[in-house]
Design a protein around this ligand. Structure first.
Ligand code: ZN
Length: 341
């Protein structure tokens, strides 16, 4: 962003610098056709058409060729998957075979490749108008213990606000889960690293640039014990909970065969129904389940690009969300492997 000469001189020590985004081509705010004044990261003033700010500004940006809109928020992403987007091994596959094709590749992720993936994903997000992003990182192959720390560094370098989730998988194929043995960790390691990351990075303040949330991956890759103890840890340390749920019929069948109930009943059984929780997908919830989520103030983010075949269900779920859910948001899980959308 280039700025014209300031109108009001240097900011004094007692007040923050004021930046006027002047005369935008369009703006998503009433009474602000002359732009907005920003100070200390907040909108300090709306400027009507043809007017000037009521107080001096330190910098003016000519926004006459720009549209000003609020920063977008992406509530579910997997930065590391940026590297395997459109990988031939995973083309045109449903979720379970898609995951099984990619687990062996993701199992070789190392610190340098994750750093590049996070940088690329965050840059793409910023260039598309996103100013806050949540990443769900649940892969910790040997040597990648600092995955979340790397993401914190990359987000800070680019200046984007993030909620980084300490994801996890502790149920591998040998125990009846979907992922191969070498990409899962044991529950004690996961819980202790979750505490380390919360202590090191979780900022509870209103203007936090980094927050940590806890995010066991899915019913088919995580044990009940880890689900329960993760919820207890989130309560203890006041952080959010996140997981994939209601994504496919395969998941419904897995839960019914393994736990004897539907995914949402399973979530309730492990103590997750509450306002700390937001879920990725929520495609296959019934209307009554959407109402239940609403009663418990659970959020759901929809990922319309992730599973093209489920778009009608996704739309139905979005409609249900308006009736019952506390909050519904949009996100970008599972980059398309068929064609760009
Ligand atoms: Zn996801």
């Amino acid at each position: 962003m280039s700025a014209q000469a300031g109108l009001g001189g240097e900011a004094s020590l007692s007040r923050p610098r004021r930046l006027w985004l002047k005369n935008p081509q369009a703006i998503l705010a009433d009474g602000a056709d002359g732009g907005v004044v920003v100070a200390a990261g907040r909108i300090a003033e709306l400027v009507p058409a043809g007017a000037s700010p009521t107080e001096p500004v330190d910098e003016t940006f000519d926004a006459s060729r720009h549209v000003v809109l609020p920063g977008l928020i992406n509530t579910h992403h997997h930065f590391y998957q940026t590297l395997t987007r459109a990988h031939p091994a995973a083309m045109d596959k449903e979720l379970f075979p898609w995951l099984q094709s990619l687990y062996p590749i993701w199992g070789r992720l190392d610190p340098d490749s994750l750093r590049i993936a996070a940088r690329l994903a965050l840059t793409e997000l910023l260039m598309s108008g996103c100013t806050t992003a949540a990443d769900h990182h649940y892969l910790f192959p040997q040597g990648l213990d600092d995955a979340i720390d790397i993401e914190v560094e990359e987000a800070a370098r680019l200046g984007i606000r993030v909620t980084l989730t300490r994801g996890s998988m502790d149920l591998s194929r040998k125990d009846g889960g979907l992922p191969p043995d070498h990409v899962v960790q044991d529950a004690d390691t996961i819980l202790s690293d979750s505490e380390r990351l919360i202590a090191r990075h979780h900022d509870r303040s209103e203007d936090a640039m980094v927050q940590i949330a806890l995010a066991p991956c899915s019913p088919f890759s995580v044990t009940k014990r880890l689900m329960r103890e993760t919820a207890e840890l989130a309560d203890t340390h006041d952080c959010r909970l996140h997981t994939h749920l209601g994504e496919t019929e395969d998941e419904n069948r897995f839960c019914e065969a393994t736990f004897g109930c539907r995914p949402l009943d399973y979530l309730e059984e492990v103590g997750w129904l509450g306002p700390r929780t937001w879920l990725a997908h929520g495609i296959h919830f019934t209307t009554e389940e959407c109402r239940k989520l609403g009663r418990h103030k659970v959020g759901v983010c929809h990922c319309p690009s992730s599973t093209p075949s489920s778009r009608p269900a996704s739309a139905r779920s979005a409609s249900s969300a308006r009736r019952g859910l506390r909050s519904a948001s949009a996100s970008t899980d599972r980059p398309p492997t068929t064609a760009p959308t």
